[in-house]
Each structure stands twice: as structure tokens, then as C-alpha cells.
Design a protein around this ligand. Structure first.
Ligand code: BG6
Length: 512
């Protein structure tokens, strides 16, 4: 298989290589990059973990992952065996300095005879508590000081509040430079999230109306139909707000609200995004209840099956007050967005897995049509569907055919699948390739992680301190608690709930 000769020789080193992420996401993504011939011509993966495993057993395990989870289905025998020759495993105790010395030897052995010294991409697919330990060991082993050749890829959660994120950044930057750090938010790798920039800045039509003069409000919904699954131990300490909002939802909000970048240089785009976060109006402690709503799912019915309450899930405290749903109302204090509410919501066990942004335009300033023509009139609305059925819809008014003047809302529609007849790459494919290219545009910079935490900090504090709750407060299979409906109803608005009849999610379709 032909490979990308433009990329320098690269070794992807995965810490936590026997875990779920490697097997479900990382290797299927790398394998797809291999199939697309975009990997460097000289490339290998070295997996590290505490378990005893031969290279052969590691390859077998990864192949099962590809067969089960790759968007392209089962691997072809001949192609896989060529790829498998590039996968290696080494047992390592991350607390043991000697393990890092032997890893360095192994890296040299793997790249023996390559045309140039290899770049190293260190992927921390490990619990957050090990980030400091491993990065310290990499520093001690002299690997972090290869500034131009090493990248450190860190999975979320990046801290659990502002102070812990700052402490982690301080620790990492004593060893690595910011230019070596790739904080992954897999939403940034989603094709449709990236398309928001194309939509906004490659068309001249929308930018002139993309402001407070024409837009009434913005809604961002990231709904999941799955429950907490096997992640109770992590999730019960995190909850919906920490897990989804300062990262995924804020990244989407930044793409919608940012000013046009001068170029797509990594720091230019990231500067424009952070300007949005800096402009978010701080939520005073006494306003938390008016601007944020939490919820926790109760038992209910999902696609004809009875599902348990959150408190009955595995590894969850039976008295837990961890939210599985969060909704927020935010304002962005700048010229473009002054007084335009941004309503954000996310939750588990909602009726479908669907993520979308809904831009609600203002009504026309004056209607020339008689009231009889307007019975089903609705203002323009642009819906950017992030997943599934990726696409964009614009609601416009049309004259209903007939002799009488009657207006009806109709949808203009763009569907990725219908237009391009191609499946978008998975987020991890895009993001890993970006790392190999040393392109940080789609990764979170320290300041953006910290701004994200700073915005939600008053809510986290209020919720962590207020142990009184009415949980569980929404049945599984519904759109969340009553209070979330009130959050927007108080402003005379309502949530634009996606049409779930059409959706239907298969479990296991999800990312990361
Ligand atoms: C992860 C969260 O970051 O994103 C999960 O930790 C969540 O709780 C997942 O299920 C959602 O990702 P996606 O790609 O399925 O929308």
C-alpha cells in the first residue's frame, strides 16, 4: 500500500495500550489512515501497558477491535497482515524509570534503518491520575526535550475544575512546551464541526446576517440515548457538566460565535476561539439557578426496552446527586452577540443520539401578509446537524400552492451522504493525522481549557455544594427535566427538539 511520503517517519506510542480506547478507537483509526495511504512511509505503533502480551497477541487483540469497531468493517487479511507488522508491544510499569529506558531502546530498534530519526507521538490513553507520572518519566528519559520531534497527546478529562487544570498545565509545561501538547477533544475532529467554519467563512451569504441584528438566539444540543454504561466509576465523579460542557459544547459554541480568522494558522484560529470564551458573561453565584439546570435520569423506556435509573447503574452511588443532564443559558458580551442567548444542553438517556446547532433568526420586522396567511408562519431557522444524518437545513417560508395566500414553513436541505456519497472519517482519524503533521489547530490550548473551566466554575461550585436535589427528575427516554423547559420558556422560547422518529440510534455507534 502506498504511503504518504510527505510525512516524516513517525512512531505512535500508546500508554494504556491494552485498554478500551486503543482497541475501539485508536487502532481502527490508524488502520483506516493506512487504508487511505496517508500514514508516513515509515511508521509504527508501540503499545505499552502493565500486562504481559507478545507482539502477536497484541496484534490479534487489535485486529478484533478493527473487525468490530472500524467504520469500514472487517479487515482484509492481506492488508491487515502488512499493517500488523508495524504494531509492537512492550510490558511497562509506568512508575519504573527502567521501563522508559527500555522503551527508548525499543523505539531505536523499531526505527533502525529508517531514512531519518523518527518523530514520537506519545498518546496517554490512561486515567488522568497517570498523566503527571508518565510525562515526568518521559522528561527524565530525555524524550520531551526533542522539541520538534515529540508530541504528547492527552485525553480529556483535563482536570476537574479550574485549579486542577491549572496545576496540570503547570506540571506539563515544566517538561514539555505548549507546542508539543495536543489536548484532544474528539468533537473537534468531527467533520461536521469542522464544516461550521467552511459554512460560515467560505460562503458570503451568511456572515452578514450572523449577528444580533438578525439572530434571536442559538441552541446547542448534544443528546445521547445511552446511559452511563460501564463508565459509572468515572462518570459518577464527573457528571454531565464536567464531562461534556467546557469541552465539547463550548468548542461548538466557539465555532458558531467566533470572528472570522485571518488565516487557518493554528494559533490564529485558537485565538479567535478563545476570544469567544473570554467574552462569555460570568454567571454570578446568585444567578446559577436562573441560568443553569441539572437533571438525573430515572428508569424509563428506550426503544421499547425498560432501562434502569442512573442510581441503579453499575459503580454508581445509590444516593448519587451527579447530574446526567445539564442545560445552560449564556451570553457573549461583544458587539456581535450582545443579548443573544446561547442555550446549551446535553444529557444521557434522552430520546435519541443527536447533536445539532439551531440558529433561530428574528421574525421579519413587518409582515405585509394578512393574518389569515400566517397561521403556520415560523421565523427562519438554520439547523446544523452534527450527528447522525450529518447536514444543514434552512427553514424558509413558502407560499402554499393554491388560490388563497397561505404561508408555510418548508426546509431546504443539504445532506452529506446525498451530496458526497461518502462516509466522513472518524474524529480520531482526522485528529491523529493532524498530530502526525504537527498541526495543533484542532486541539485545545491550555488557555482555552482554563477559560472553559472558569465559565462553569460557579455552576460546579453551586451544584457540588447544594446536596439537596429532586433527583431523579427526568424519566429515561424524555427530553430532560421540567426545569430545562422553564429555562427557555421564561424567555418566551422553546427548545427545538430534533425529530426523533427519524433518528433511531444503534448502540455502539458512538464516538469516544
Ligand atoms: C465523551 C464523553 O467525551 O463524549 C462521553 O466522556 C460521551 O460521556 C461522549 O458519551 C459522546 O461522544 P459522541 O461522539 O458519541 O457524541
Amino acid at each position: 500500500m502506498e504511503r504518504n511520503p510527505g510525512l516524516p517517519p513517525t512512531i505512535l506510542i500508546v500508554f494504556g495500550a491494552s485498554g478500551d480506547l486503543t482497541h475501539r478507537k485508536l487502532i481502527p483509526a490508524v488502520y483506516n489512515l493506512h487504508l487511505d495511504s496517508v500514514l508516513p512511509a515509515e511508521f509504527a505503533v508501540l503499545g505499552l501497558d502493565r500486562v504481559d502480551m507478545t507482539d502477536e497477541a497484541f496484534r490479534q487483540h487489535l485486529r478484533q477491535g478493527v473487525d468490530e469497531f472500524s467504520r469500514r468493517g472487517k479487515a482484509d487479511e492481506a492488508t491487515w497482515s502488512k499493517f500488523a507488522g508495524r504494531l509492537f508491544f512492550q510490558k511497562a510499569d509506568f512508575a519504573d524509570r527502567a521501563a522508559f529506558a527500555s522503551m527508548a531502546d525499543k523505539l531505536k530498534a523499531i526505527s533502525q534503518g529508517w531514512s531519518a530519526p523518527a518523530n514520537y507521538a506519545f498518546y496517554l490513553a490512561v486515567p488522568p491520575s497517570l498523566i503527571g507520572l508518565i510525562s515526568g518519566q518521559l522528561g527524565q528519559a530525555g524524550l520531551a526535550s526533542l522539541r520538534e520531534r515529540t508530541a504528547l497527546i492527552i485525553e480529556k478529562p483535563f482536570g476537574r475544575n479550574l485549579a486542577s487544570a491549572q496545576a496540570l498545565d503547570a506540571e506539563l509545561t515544566t517538561i514539555f512546551k505548549e507546542s508539543q501538547l495536543y489536548r484532544i477533544d474528539h468533537y473537534m475532529g468531527k467533520e461536521t464541526v469542522q464544516n461550521i467554519l467552511a459554512f460560515r467563512f467560505a460562503n458570503s451569504l451568511f456572515e452578514p446576517v450572523w449577528n444580533r441584528r438578525y439572530i434571536d438566539h442559538v441552541q446547542i444540543t448534544v443528546a445521547e440515548s445511552i446511559g452511563v454504561e460501564h463508565r459509572g466509576a468515572y462518570y459518577d465523579k464527573a457528571g454531565a457538566l464536567r464531562d461534556m460542557v467546557p469541552n465539547h459544547l463550548f468548542q461548538i459554541m466557539c465555532m458558531i460565535a467566533m470572528e472570522p480568522p485571518v488565516s487557518f494558522a493554528a494559533n490564529e484560529v485558537r485565538n479567535k476561539k478563545i476570544d469567544v470564551l473570554k467574552a462569555v458573561r460570568p454567571i454570578p453565584t446568585d444567578q446559577v439557578a436562573a441560568q443553569a439546570v441539572r437533571g438525573q435520569y430515572d428508569a424509563g423506556w428506550m426503544q421499547g426496552k425498560k432501562v434502569p435509573a442512573y442510581r441503579k447503574e453499575q459503580d454508581v452511588d445509590p444516593q448519587s446527586i451527579t447530574p446526567t443532564y445539564a442545560a445552560l443559558k449564556l451570553f457573549i458580551d461583544n458587539w456581535r452577540w450582545q443579548e443573544v442567548p446561547f442555550y446549551l444542553r446535553t444529557g444521557k438517556r434522552l430520546p435519541a443520539r443527536v447533536s445539532e446547532v439551531s440558529i433561530q433568526f428574528r421574525p421579519v420586522p413587518h409582515s405585509s401578509f394578512p393574518p389569515s396567511a400566517l397561521s403556520s408562519w415560523a421565523p427562519n431557522r438554520l439547523t446544523i446537524r452534527i450527528q447522525p444524518k450529518e447536514g444543514i437545513q434552512l427553514r424558509i417560508q413558502a407560499k402554499h400552492p393554491g388560490l388563497a395566500v397561505r404561508l408555510n414553513p418548508v426546509e431546504m436541505q443539504f445532506s452529506y451522504m446525498e451530496s458526497f456519497h461518502a462516509q466522513p472519517p472518524e474524529a480520531y482519524e482526522t485528529l491523529l493525522l493532524d498530530v502526525f503533521h504537527h498541526d495543533q489547530t484542532q486541539f485545545m490550548r491550555a488557555d482555552s481549557v482554563e477559560e472553559g473551566w472558569a465559565i462553569v466554575e460557579p455552576i460546579l461550585e453551586a451544584w457540588d455544594n447544594d446536596r439537596l436535589s429532586d433527583f431523579p427528575n427526568y424519566p429515561s427516554g424524555t427530553w430532560g427535566p421540567e426545569a430545562a423547559t422553564r429555562l427557555v420558556a421564561m424567555d418566551g422560547r422553546s427548545w427545538a427538539n430534533p425529530n426523533v422518529e427519524e433518528e433511531g440510534e444503534k448502540e455502539g455507534e458512538k464516538e469516544g
